[in-house]
Design a protein around this ligand. Structure first.
Ligand code: ZN
Length: 174
């Protein structure tokens, strides 16, 4: 014959009386496991505290921040790799979305402006433009022209003692 034990539900605020087979009851006590009077009550007891969206967002922000701090270099390298592999497709997609979504366009433009304000970009752009102009004007001899320009700059630099010769001075036509 199976015996049963009556107990008070352990979910805070419930207080209902539940029944369990004695063996079942004893096992729970041995494991220090809580006893609930019904399945529904167990479900409620195991349910996570409801969390507001603000708290959830703050947690996610912190998580992302910690993750960036721990794995930032790897994540950035992976991102760069993915971009390099799909640059063309990404460009096409961005263009299409820019045309249909002004807010997206503004956001992208802001990122672009930040990138273009970097000294590395300005240096690259200056060199790129110089090369483009040299190729346009001198075709296959553009390298010879660039070399000559460098020599000229050097001479000018020595003559004037000017410590900051602009790399593209005297190239204002166009
Ligand atoms: Zn209960």
């Amino acid at each position: 014959m199976t015996t049963t034990v009556e107990f008070t539900c352990e979910r805070p605020g419930c207080g209902e009386i539940g029944t369990r087979r004695t063996g079942c009851y004893n096992r729970a006590k041995r494991k220090n496991a809580p006893l609930y009077h019904s399945r529904a009550c167990a479900g409620l007891a195991n349910r996570a505290e409801p969390v507001s969206d603000d708290v959830r967002r703050a947690r996610k922000r912190q998580y992302d921040k910690d993750r960036r701090a721990a794995l930032g270099d790897r994540l950035r390298a992976e991102k760069r790799e993915r971009y390099a592999a799909n640059a063309k497709a990404i460009y096409v997609r961005q263009r299409a979305r820019m045309d249909s979504d002004p807010e997206y366009k503004a956001r992208l433009k802001a990122v672009q402006a930040r990138c273009m304000a970097r000294p590395e970009w300005k240096k690259h752009k200056r060199e790129y433009d110089m090369k483009r102009r040299a190729v346009g004007a001198y075709g296959p001899f553009w390298e010879a022209y660039m070399c000559m320009r460098q020599v000229e700059d050097e001479i000018k630099h020595q003559q004037t003692g000017d410590s900051n010769v602009k790399a593209d001075s005297g190239d204002a036509q166009e």
